[in-house]
Write a protein that binds this ligand. Structure first.
Ligand code: ZN
Length: 404
């Protein structure tokens, strides 16, 4: 898509540029937490690459090459699980994404055997059969990597079989399909349906939309997608002061959910709008815009925002509203994005740092801020969001967090 940058104002552009360079400086001095995409080195490699395209600065390209070297070494030599968040499928997604967008040549494939794809496929199926259906930490994740390589026969077959497993574990209701929340979130026997984009039904809507676009098992996938959207819309409340949707079902009334990526209406809106555009469904598009506009109004009162990270902070909101603006052209989304960008900059200018993850001690009442480097909860994600706000390069990296 043609990407429209939202920041036109010189003063704001200057504030953002300073932070982009500050983040680069901090990342170059601190090692990544691990090799993974959402918290570690693979997420950093995306920052270096998008930054080097933006700034044309050779030192950022050098950092990118160094990062790719570390990842290639890690994938061959380090013990690592298969997951999308911290494991092999997320790193291979990163390589495939970079190759598909002419940001990396495909010589890395020589170092990585075909058997790794089989490992990802088998791990995915095994977890899905146990009902472990989270995209970040469980069985659904590898499908995102296979989708980046959908021209490959093995990847297409894997996508088809993973869809069959997802279909088998669906719960059928008169209003449609839903899945019990991810295995790692289940406490004792209290099985819930999760409505967050990070771990719940909206993530399955985005994945089904992506599979539908490949035309693999199109009829079955369309049926599943329509049924899942119906189930989700059935849970919408009429009053939306603190959220039109709850974070889980069953839930307490009135609904309360944050404005953020991981949970709440904003993540639901961006999931539904992608489905609406892919299926040319104007009614669904109008509905998802309404949900998004309701979230855009929530700048005061309860928002659940306490920090700046992509997952549940101010910068994450800025980026999702930016995406919504680019999908729809609605001015209110642009204004909401600028509001949250300003909140992000204010956070830094007020505190002098981006120690942006709120971490609550289990027994204590006081939260402590923790510094993180990565894409989802750290400064690499904030930097990528800043870059997307001031230039005309589409932030395609956000496919990894289900926004495109
Ligand atoms: Zn979060």
């Amino acid at each position: 898509m043609v990407w429209k940058r939202i920041v036109q104002d010189d003063k704001m552009r200057k504030r953002i540029t300073e932070r982009i360079e500050g983040i680069a400086d901090s990342l170059s001095k601190n090692k990544a937490y691990d090799s993974g995409l959402l918290g570690g080195e693979a997420g950093l490699s995306l920052y270096w690459k998008y930054l080097s395209i933006h700034s044309k600065d050779a030192s950022h390209e050098d950092n990118f090459k160094n990062s790719v070297g570390l990842l290639t070494n890690a994938i061959s030599n380090e013990p690592m699980d298969y997951t999308f968040c911290a494991g092999v499928s997320g790193i291979l997604w990163t390589f495939a994404h970079l190759v598909n967008n002419n940001m990396l040549n495909d010589s890395f494939k020589k170092n990585i055997g075909e058997e790794i794809d089989e490992f990802l496929f088998e791990s995915s199926i095994k977890d899905l059969q146990l009902g472990r259906n989270d995209y970040m930490h469980e069985g659904v994740g590898p499908i995102l990597y296979f989708l980046e390589r959908a021209e490959n026969e093995f990847c297409r077959k894997s996508i088809s079989k993973i869809i069959q497993e997802i279909h088998k574990t669906a719960h059928r209701f008169p209003e449609g399909f839903a899945w019990v929340e991810a295995g790692f979130l289940q406490v004792y026997d209290s099985k819930k349906y999760n409505l967050g984009l990070a771990h719940g039904i909206p993530s399955i809507i985005v994945l089904l939309t992506k599979v539908l676009q490949t035309r693999i098992d199109a009829e079955e996938v369309k049926k599943l997608l329509d049924g899942t959207i119906n189930w989700l819309l059935d849970k919408k409340n009429v009053e939306g002061k603190n959220g039109l949707f709850p974070t889980t079902i069953p839930t307490e009334i009135p609904y309360t959910s944050r404005v953020g990526w991981c949970y709440g209406d904003l993540g639901i809106s961006i999931a539904l709008i992608q489905a609406a555009i892919a299926t040319n469904n104007d009614d669904l598009k109008k509905e998802s815009i309404k949900i998004g506009l309701n979230a855009a109004k929530r700048t005061h009162g309860y928002t659940g925002v306490r920090d700046v990270c992509l997952c549940h902070g101010a910068a994450g909101n800025a980026h999702i509203f930016n995406r919504l603006y680019n999908y729809t052209g609605e001015q209110e989304f642009k204004e909401a994005s600028l509001f949250w960008l300003n909140e992000t900059l204010d956070f830094y200018e007020r505190n002098g740092h981006f120690k942006n993850l709120v971490h609550f001690k289990k027994n204590g009442k006081k939260g402590v801020f923790k510094h993180k480097n990565g894409l989802l909860e750290g400064i690499a994600g904030v930097g990528l969001i800043f870059l997307a706000s001031i230039n005309d390069i589409e932030p395609k990296w956000d496919r990894s967090i289900l926004l495109s």
